[in-house]
Design a protein around this ligand. Structure first.
Ligand code: ATP
Ligand code: MG
Length: 797
């Protein structure tokens, strides 16, 4: 059953209707969040098909993400009945371009690749740049492949070819050389990168007017959502593809432009108007999403940005509830507040899917994920891999596991060539072979090699590969010795330094920094096990590292970055980490343009909320292993006090000044007490966490944790993270680590087992998940737990 066109037109306000039914030509819908831009765009497609008789085949709709495309497709199915939209092109810029290129590559000689070209992902691209550098005899330690790649990507996004790149320095020369070789290598591999997808289409169109015309004729109507986040190439592409019929309908909001770091330029909104003098401009002013309170807060924040057109937004949903501003004692209490609040509301009948928790950087999800796991509450993580599933986190855990258990071959295989150290698959196979012959594990072979190199059979077996293996063996044996002497964070640091891990993952790009943030997050966790040590640390990971301890349910709270939240809406939104240096991010401090972007990011977050917004911050945060006072985000100052209900304590400078948890005026359940007892069970030795209702306890916790800074913090570790020293400068060919062998299953369903703290239990299921034997065990004491067999101290009974 689907609506007829006239039915849904009646549900729109006059401006929306004007947009949906706008005459052919150029239309710009410029409107704030929640005003129905996406809805209008979707309904215009339905309107064109149903009321104007346009064939779906002649329509192109561009969305910002694949997810948005899927949702729009579903909505269209409802409006039209599935089959009726057949032939419609609906997808992202990249998807659209890949499609065009696959078609056109069938024409011989037109493009430098065949129709079955592969699309290289970020990792592949990086490896290719590295190769290009090496082939030009350029040192890839000094010239970081990722930094070079960023320059290449930027050039491609601005339609600049290697020959057109200005050469002003030696560095520029290197970029040009690498850029040229990189392109050749792509070609040799019959591959393109993400940027190429767009670039080649623009080139193709520019050089072959007949091809442009073919597509431009086909797409009578072009519609674009989130237009404010288009970059230069995308803008050119749209211009070309609409160059025959000139029917282009774009919707956007300058205030929600948050992808500057990927070359997006919100001034394209203005450019669109200038390039299309006859364009019809439509403003939507009614917000259907949020309460007036949420809108007022959003406006007070965005109004601080200069150079923007002020937009008025109103809602007839009424004032609604005030915004909750919660200042947690520390970051653990912050996560606990979120989870406790959600649990409280779930008990009152809210649905899991009503909630979203948003944060500035991916690394912030870890504490939240843990809090959800502890509470036994399902959650969804959007747009990023779960913390423990991320490559860099798994790498570091593998190093530690190997040091814990030198016979752990899975971990060894994972990291023996990470970062690349000239150990190839052949060498690893030879090592494995030598180990088998000697009846040892590979780890044991390495240790033997490190101890008495000349007697080890590995030398003979390995031939040329022996050098790098020996170097690694020496590192490895050093770590084993250090295990007894160093505490866990120091051991962690040593591994990171000696493997030169930081430059390997952090190339200076935003993604690189995010990856490094994740390593620091893990280090922070290691800090909490400073006293308990490696074994307990790994045991804890056995519990939380499983990716699906709880089934991914659609109807669960969503954890996502503010960037990933664009275009979405939720009844209840939490934005966490509203501290200076997090939001706005410390990277943006010195650049007004960046600050404006951070503000827009906050604005996007606020305006996702339909009914209730929670802003959360922490007085103390242990970003670098030891608690540090946080200053509240300056953005909070812009929200009028009468829109807020404050709760939690404040930590202002020196000694803590904490409001009582009890006078928050909150509901019948107390976050403080519950989370305090909740944590004291599982994390007994951390002092800064107790989230108590008493001033005394809080004060003492603060002074103790700040006192610990000098003894436990960076000062104690013996080197500087910002200057990793190169212990082993590997040169030569890099090779991906060989695939890890499938582990043996040690336990079987129905088996009885014993755990040191939980006692006896029954194995409900045992399976290999992500290369690990994963068990569901029902314990009499604690109920069902999911464990990783190789980490949990389980014994069969
Ligand atoms: P954003 O800028 O955040 O992407 P948007 O302008 O695209 O927002 P939509 O997502 O299209 O806004 O709409 C926001 C919400 O308001 C949706 O739930 C949508 O269904 C609803 N909505 C929009 N217009 C109307 C209307 N005329 N009547 C009822 N609900 C509406
Ligand atoms: Mg939208």
């Amino acid at each position: 059953v689907y609506f007829r066109a006239m039915d849904y037109l009646n549900l729109l306000n006059p401006q929306q209707r004007q947009a949906v039914t706008a005459a052919p030509g150029q239309t710009l819908v410029l409107a704030g969040p929640g005003s129905g831009k996406t809805r209008v765009l979707t309904q215009r497609i339905a309107y064109l098909i149903q009321s104007m008789g346009v064939r779906p085949y002649n329509i192109l709709a561009v969305t910002f993400t694949n997810k948005a495309a899927r949702e729009m497709g579903e909505r269209l199915d409802q409006l039209l009945g599935g089959a009726r939209a057949r032939g419609l092109w609906l997808g992202t810029f990249h998807a659209m371009c890949a499609r065009i290129l696959r078609t056109e590559a069938n024409n011989p000689g037109l493009l430098p690749f065949q129709s079955n070209f592969v699309i290289f992902d970020a990792d592949d691209q990086q490896n290719l740049v590295k190769r290009a550098l090496r082939e030009n005899n350029i040192d890839d330690k000094i010239n970081k492949p990722s930094a070079i790649h960023a320059r290449i990507s930027e050039a491609k996004n601005n339609l600049v070819s290697p020959d057109d790149l200005p050469v002003r320095s030696y560095r520029d020369e290197i970029v040009v050389k690498a850029f040229k070789r990189y392109n050749e290598l792509l070609q040799q591999n019959n591959a393109v990168d993400f940027d190429d997808l767009l670039l080649w289409v623009v080139r193709l169109f520019e050089e072959h007017p007949e091809i442009t015309e073919k597509y431009a004729r086909r797409f009578e109507y072009v519609l674009v959502d989130e237009f404010q986040d288009t970059n230069m190439v995308q803008y050119s592409l749209l211009k070309l593809i609409s160059s025959y019929h000139h029917n282009i309908f774009v919707v956007g909001d300058e205030d929600q432009s948050i992808y500057r770091w990927r070359g997006a330029d919100y001034r394209n909104m203005l450019r669109f108007e200038q390039d299309n003098p006859g364009c019809e401009k439509i403003l939507l002013e009614q917000n259907y999403r949020s309460t007036q309170t949420v809108l007022d807060a959003a406006r007070s924040v965005i109004d601080q940005n200069a150079n923007r057109t002020p937009k008025s937004l109103f809602s007839d949903r009424g004032r609604g509830e005030k915004i909750s501003l919660h200042e947690a004692v520390d970051d653990h209490a912050e996560a606990a507040y979120v989870v406790d609040t959600i649990q409280g509301l779930l008990r009152k009948g809210a649905l899991g899917g009503d909630f979203a928790v948003m944060y500035r950087t991916n690394a912030q999800s870890r504490l939240l994920e843990e809090a959800f796991l502890r509470a036994g509450l399902a959650y969804r993580l959007v747009g990023a891999q779960r913390f423990y599933g991320r490559r860099e986190v798994k790498d570091m855990i593998a190093f530690l596991r190997l040091v814990h258990n030198p016979d752990d071959e899975i971990s060894l295989q994972r990291i023996i060539a990470v970062p690349p150290r000239s150990i190839g698959e052949k060498t690893v196979n030879a090592l494995q072979f030598a180990a088998q012959k000697a009846g040892h594990s590979m780890g044991a072979m390495l240790l033997e090699l490190a101890e008495k190199a000349d007697e080890s059979p590995v030398w003979k077996e390995l031939g040329r590969g022996a050098g790098p293996i020996f170097d690694f063996a020496v590192l490895f044996s050093g770590w084993l010795k250090a295990k007894g002497e160093l505490d866990l964070p120091a051991l962690f640091d040593r591994i990171v330094t000696e493997t030169d891990y930081k430059p390997y993952i952090d190339d200076g790009t935003d993604e690189g920094k995010d990856r490094w943030d994740n390593v620091e997050e893990l280090r922070r966790l290691a800090f909490e096990y400073q006293n308990k040590g490696l074994v307990d640390f790994l045991e804890n990971l056995a519990l939380v590292s499983d990716q699906d301890t709880l089934p991914e349910q659609v109807n669960s709270p969503t954890l996502l970055t503010l960037h990933a939240a664009k275009g979405l809406e939720f009844p209840q939104v939490f934005i966490v980490g509203l501290d200076d240096g997090i939001l706005p991010h410390s990277r943006s401090r010195d650049d007004p343009e960046e600050m404006a972007e951070e503000r827009r990011l906050f604005y996007v977050g606020i305006t996702r909320a339909k009914d209730h917004l929670y802003l959360v911050r922490a007085g103390l945060r242990s970003t670098y292993g030891n608690p540090e006072y946080q200053v509240a985000s300056q953005f909070l100052d812009d929200i009028p006090e009468d829109l807020l209900v404050r709760s939690g304590g404040e930590v202002v400078g020196g000694p803590a000044r904490l409001k009582s948890w009890d006078d928050t005026g909150e509901d019948d359940y107390s976050y403080g007490r519950r989370s305090s007892s909740h944590y004291s069970n599982s994390r007994s030795n951390d002092v800064s966490r107790s989230n108590s209702s008493s001033n005394d306890v809080s004060r003492s916790s603060v002074s103790r944790s700040s006192g610990s800074r000098s003894s436990n913090g960076w000062g104690k570790t013996s080197y500087d993270w910002s200057q990793p020293r190169t212990v082993h400068a590997a040169s030569g060919r890099s090779t991906p680590p060989p695939p890890a062998p499938e582990p043996e299953q040690k336990f079987h369903d129905g088996q009885r087992v014993r755990h040191p703290s939980w006692g006896e239990g029954l194995v409900l299921s045992s399976r290999i998940l992500d290369g690990e034997e994963t068990l569901d065990v029902a314990f009499e004491s604690v109920g069902i737990k999911r464990l990783i067999a190789s980490l949990a101290k389980l014994e069969a009974i």
